[in-house]
Design a protein around this ligand. Structure first.
Ligand code: NAP
Length: 322
């Protein structure tokens, strides 16, 4: 019987053609929640991103064998529940690592050198004389970068920092990253020490119950007043109200943010009115090349999972052992 796949995100045409060569593909706009849930009841697989798929949405999806997210993060899924149901969840690590690390570095440089703020200032016609101290930023090269969660993306950030910018790299992880220690001189420390010593604190942990709210008022208080917080992980790893207070009160110098508690960021967010904040619309992996590679990778993961041939990029390999 021909397999049925629900695509809940627009896919590049060649990727959609690849899927259609293997299965029937139904395109669904997930904003139409009822139609999405209905389509899942007769689907063998689904592919998409950025939409929470909760257990109640797949209650009637008795044929569902595989879900493929076009992302490395899988916080939109209840993995335990999927495993219990025997549904394979696949994701797209590695293909987005370098692009996301570039975004992190763009945030570091933009925040430190006030690139966005001063570019706007020029466009508004304010550049009338040679600039003075009021337009100065702070150095990036040679400073200390603290990476909270030094995995694939954190490692690519560490490489840029250590080899390109001669920065000292500190990190926290539950386990040591020996490669980063050897190749980039990264030093594993406790979170408190990382917060106290870093000029840039960069979050790259996945969003899990343990990392939700990892950086709150207490942690911000432990950072240097001159430090900049960079978050390109997931918004809820930082307590956003506490961050707003810290930025207002000068507890820290600034923030470079790609992710927020609520996305899109509401127009009345106090963060938007702050000169010491660079806010991006969750563009971590958003280049033409990388988004295409992610879609292709996710499509191959899905077909491989449905055919029972996939051996990598599986979030819950326990399903296969059953
Ligand atoms: P990864 O290779 O799994 O790295 C995550 C690191 O966090 C690991 O080194 C892990 O080390 C550490 N960690 C610390 N505490 C943890 C905890 N409680 N649970 C799990 N890990 C913990 O993942 P990645 O590919 O670098 O991606 C990291 C995250 O970046 C993704 O999950 C995603 O949310 C985010 N991301 C954002 C964008 C964007 O557009 N802004 C793009 C891509 C990814 P230990 O296991 O030793 O603790």
């Amino acid at each position: 019987m021909t397999k049925k796949i629900v695509a809940y995100k627009a896919l590049p045409s060649d990727v959609e053609a690849y899927l259609r060569a293997h299965a029937e593909v139904v395109n669904i706009d997930p904003k139409n929640h009822a139609a999405f849930v209905e389509a899942l009841t007769t689907a063998d697989g689904a592919i998409g991103a950025s939409i929470k798929i909760s257990p109640d949405m797949i209650e009637g999806a008795h044929r569902l064998k595989a879900l493929s997210t076009i992302s490395v993060g899988f916080d939109q899924f209840d993995v335990q529940d999927l495993t219990r149901r025997g549904i394979v969840l696949t994701h797209t690590p590695d293909v987005l690592t370098e692009s996301t690390a570039d975004t992190v570095f763009a945030l570091i440089l933009a925040s430190a050198r006030r690139v966005v703020e001063l570019a706007e200032w020029v466009k508004q016609g304010n550049w009338k004389a040679s600039i003075g101290e009021a337009c100065f930023g702070v150095d990036v090269q040679g400073k200390t970068l603290g990476i909270v969660g030094l995995g694939r993306i954190g490692g690519a950030v560490a490489r840029r920092a250590a080899l390109g910018f001669r920065m000292n790299v500190l990190y926290t992880n539950r386990s040591a990253n020996e490669q980063a220690e050897k190749e980039y001189g990264a030093k594993r420390v406790e979170l408190d020490e990382l917060l106290a010593q870093s000029d840039f604190v960069c979050l790259q942990v996945p969003l899990t119950p343990e990392t939700r709210g990892l950086i709150g008022a207490n942690e911000l208080q432990k950072m240097k007043r001159s430090a900049i917080l960079i978050n390109a992980s997931r918004g809820p790893t930082v307590d956003e109200n506490a961050l707003v207070d810290a930025l207002k009160n000068g507890t820290i110098r600034g923030a470079g943010l790609d992710v927020f508690e609520q996305e899109p960021l509401p127009a009345d967010s106090p963060l938007l009115a702050m000169k010491n904040v660079v806010a991006l619309p969750h563009i971590g992996s958003a280049t033409h090349e990388t988004r295409h590679a992610m879609a292709r990778n996710a499509a191959e993961n899905l077909i491989g999972a449905l055919n029972g041939t996939l051996t990598q990029n599986i979030v819950n390999p326990d399903v296969l052992a059953r």
